[in-house]
Design a protein around this ligand. Structure first.
Ligand SMILES: N[C@@H](CCC(=O)N[C@@H](CS)C(=O)NCC(=O)O)C(=O)O
Length: 218
């Protein structure tokens, strides 16, 4: 069966799926789909027009969490989750933390305004970015700091989709010229740095950064 991921590489949700596929050593191809210019037939893959979507042979799925849950069951080798019900529930909790608590700030706040709006030659909403940085993110980072402590991974003793989801959000944060303050949140800063240095993630960051640099002339 051949696997195709549909979506733009700068999307944290698309990147999340791609990192998981690389970690699981599953070959795939990527078709770039810009959510601002969706091909008409894209809704057959993703009924609400969001990226990513995935095709595995004739099977079609949308939503990064749904896709990763499917991949775990269909391709159990190189697991990114746990058999243990409680540990697996914790993985899902932290995946949701990344997708629904971090994303509105790291991606839809900072990255969208500082990178995407600039690419589209539109105004950056500085007040909204400040709100994310000053009012919303500190509480989320306090929670991350108390959860990761000095552990290598957010749940258990190996990499899971939760780590991938968190890492991917902070990739977009870094494209918005922000990073986790290592004085205030030392364990979180070290944890995210470790993840971004993984051989499965670092090459994606290098390629995407070069693209952003080319477009924005940074
Ligand atoms: N929960 C979804 C979120 C996907 C999402 O919001 N993708 C954005 C791009 S980063 C998108 O497609 N936006 C276009 C839209 O919402 O119309 C997932 O994990 O796949």
């Amino acid at each position: 069966m051949s696997i195709t991921v549909y979506g733009a590489s700068l999307s944290p949700f698309v990147r999340k799926v791609c990192i998981a596929l690389v970690e699981k050593q599953i070959p795939y191809e990527q078709v770039q789909v810009d959510p601002a210019r969706l091909p008409e037939d894209y809704y057959e893959l993703s009924p609400f027009g969001r990226i990513p979507a995935l095709k595995d042979g004739d099977d079609v799925l949308a939503d990064s969490a749904v896709i990763l849950s499917y991949l775990e069951r269909k391709y159990p080798e190189h697991p990114l989750g746990y058999e243990d019900p409680y540990l697996q529930a914790k993985v899902q909790w932290f995946e949701k933390f990344a997708d629904y608590e971090l994303a509105p700030n790291t991606t839809f706040g900072v990255f969208r305004n500082r990178v995407l709006m600039k690419m589209m030659k539109q105004e950056c909403d500085d007040a909204y970015v400040e709100k994310c940085l000053r009012d919303r993110l500190p509480g989320l980072l306090d929670y991350l700091e108390s959860s990761i402590q000095e552990n290598e991974f957010i749940v258990g003793d190996r990499l899971t989709v939760a780590d991938i989801a968190i890492a991917s959000q902070f990739v977009n944060f870094s494209y918005g010229n922000e990073s986790i303050d290592p004085q205030r949140w030392p364990n979180s800063a070290a944890y995210v740095k470790r993840l971004h240095e993984r051989p499965t993630i670092a090459p994606m960051i290098a390629q995407e950064s070069a693209f952003i640099q080319k477009i924005l002339g940074r």
